[in-house]
Design a protein around this ligand. Structure first.
Ligand SMILES: C[S@@+](CC[C@H](N)C(=O)[O-])C[C@H]1O[C@@H](n2cnc3c(N)ncnc32)[C@H](O)[C@@H]1O
Length: 340
């Protein structure tokens, strides 16, 4: 999924003009007048997406999200020279937030839409580190490389196959919601992320979707409940191989969600084996996988209502009382459920 087409078309017109502050200001004015650029509660701006009901950020604030959902929970300041993979970097709010907390961050920004990168040049994100991101984007438009902030203007599935990637301490995963656009939430894509992370690496996403968390467990991540910013449900933190300090911060996801991931067809993840399917194909394939699983389970298949209410076999329920993290619980429940 992409940002709103009318917004992209308007930005394209200004990309053809000189990059003067007069032109950039005029672009912002026109986007606001056409209700394509929307002011969030913290005063920073976001863009409507292809689905006019979905904004690129929550109403609580584009910058607030960057800070409270990504920079703070990742503890980006705790590493001297962190390497960050900023997926779906859009206007760069998350990159700017990370630099604010650690000026020595090395960031690889991955964004499909050239227009969103250009829009960052026209915005004034009220944090001084925005100038670092703006410089990198300006260099990108001139065809120059910036070693500290690299920009990959392509589908993230292509980026993850590159040979020149770093080993990342943090992966900011900020795609559109998986229900609308599951392309970057598949087991196959997340596996590539897993491989490109350092041992103590953390992936952070605002999404708490069941199939997404299920895919993370499937790939070997230890999942943890993150902060809820502007939404009811918490974000997701996914650790590769948490060290002792990280282990202390791991929080179980809601118990009903653990059961849904382990025992219900809602927990069937998305797949994209050759990393070339579109959203509709990925969604359709998952529906087929869900039907196949339901048939395979036959009479044993619990309804979602029973799973949510915890009306399941005592042997399975007891696993949730063990001193384990959510990923371990889900794997153990699954193993027992599918064995007998
Ligand atoms: C929810 S917005 C992210 C906002 C962003 N982090 C920011 O600070 O502005 C999602 C972004 O992902 C981009 N996108 C969508 N699909 C993509 C893909 N397959 N690869 C790379 N970027 C993608 C969209 O163009 C959009 O800018």
């Amino acid at each position: 999924m992409l940002p709103n087409k009318k917004a992209l078309d308007l930005i394209k017109i200004y990309m053809e003009k000189d990059f003067t502050s007069k032109n950039l200001k005029e672009l912002i004015k026109k986007l606001i007048e056409s209700d394509l650029l929307v002011k969030t509660e913290d005063g920073t701006f976001t863009v409507r997406s292809e689905d006019p009901e979905e904004l690129m950020h929550s109403r609580v604030g584009a910058l607030t999200e960057g800070i409270e959902k990504f920079a703070v929970p990742s503890k980006v300041e705790s590493i001297k020279n962190p390497k960050i993979l900023d997926l779906c970097s859009g206007m760069g709010y998350n990159a700017v937030s990370a630099l604010h907390y650690n000026i020595n961050s090395e960031i690889d920004m991955v964004e499909y839409s050239k227009e969103m990168l250009f829009l960052s040049l026209a915005l004034d994100i009220p944090i001084k580190e925005h100038f670092i991101v703006k410089n990198a984007i300006s260099e990108f438009f001139k065809g120059n490389l910036n070693q500290k902030i690299r920009i990959f203007n392509e589908d993230a599935r292509i980026t993850l196959l590159r040979k020149d990637l770093k080993k990342y301490d943090y992966v900011f995963h900020d795609a559109f919601s998986p229900a609308n656009d599951p392309v970057l939430y598949t087991v196959d894509f997340l596996k590539l992320i897993y491989e490109t992370m350092t041992d103590s690496g953390v992936l952070i996403s605002y999404s708490s979707s069941i199939p997404f968390r299920s895919a993370l467990v499937n790939c070997g991540f230890i999942i943890s409940e993150g902060p809820a910013v502007g939404r009811k449900r918490g974000a997701t933190l996914a650790y590769k191989n948490p060290d002792e300090f990280q282990k202390k911060n791991i929080k179980r996801i809601p118990e009903a969600d653990e059961r849904l991931i382990a025992l219900s067809t809602v927990g069937v993840p998305f797949y994209d084996k050759n990393l070339d399917l579109n959203s509709d194909e990925i969604i359709k394939n998952r529906e087929i996988d869900r039907i196949n699983l339901k048939n395979l389970l036959g009479n044993k298949c619990y309804s979602t209502t029973r799973i949510k209410a915890g009306k399941i076999d005592e042997k399975l329920l007891k696993i949730q009382n063990e001193n384990l993290n959510s990923s371990e619980i889900i794997k153990k429940m699954k193993k027992i459920y599918f064995e007998y």
